[in-house]
Write a protein that binds this ligand. Structure first.
Ligand SMILES: [Zn+2]
Length: 174
């Protein structure tokens, strides 16, 4: 059923069959349970799985204790939301090829799992590569694994998503 829903959304957006093979990205399943994760840095309500939220809050506090501010940009995003996001960009005149360099196809974004977070800090533009030059990023590189967070899209990785130093996924509750 999930697969059929994804296939329909792909057809609707003009994404050719075989995306999983082409992109090298695994299918990501929406979780059964999501909890309120508070507001992101733009004041939007965010959700995570209960374990991912607990880990994120613990990590944020530990960083703050060492004078490092971690800000939440984005957490759970539904498959339907991902489809709308791509639709909006298509409607704005961008090509599918261009969009897919930065957005996974519906069903293939780690944000569907409720375990992925995009993280920013006060001294860099959110969702930009310059995040890798911040103390927040350096702190994450050393400490995030202790809280179960892994950087999903490092430089030179094998799948279709470009380098995203801000994107971290909680891996302990799979
Ligand atoms: Zn992300």
């Amino acid at each position: 059923m999930y697969n059929a829903r994804i296939a329909m959304l792909h057809a609707d957006l003009g994404i050719a069959a075989g995306y999983a093979q082409r992109s090298g990205l695994p299918l990501q399943i929406e979780p059964e349970e999501l909890v309120d994760a508070g507001k992101d840095m733009f004041g939007r309500d965010q959700k995570l799985t209960p374990l991912a939220l607990a880990a994120w809050q613990k990590m944020q506090l530990a960083a703050a204790d060492q004078g490092v501010t971690l800000l939440l940009v984005s957490a759970f995003r539904s498959v339907d939301y991902q489809a709308q996001l791509i639709r909006k960009k298509l409607d704005a005149g961008r090509t599918l090829e261009d969009i897919m360099q930065f957005n996974a196809a519906p069903g293939f974004s780690e944000h569907h799992t409720g375990r992925a977070v995009d993280i920013a800090c006060p001294d860099a533009e959110p969702l930009q590569e310059e995040f890798e030059k911040t103390i927040a990023f350096n702190w994450l590189k050393v400490n995030a694994k202790d809280f179960g967070f892994v950087m999903s899209y490092p430089r030179d990785h094998r799948h279709a998503i470009s380098y995203e130093p801000w994107h971290w996924c909680f891996q302990l509750d799979q």
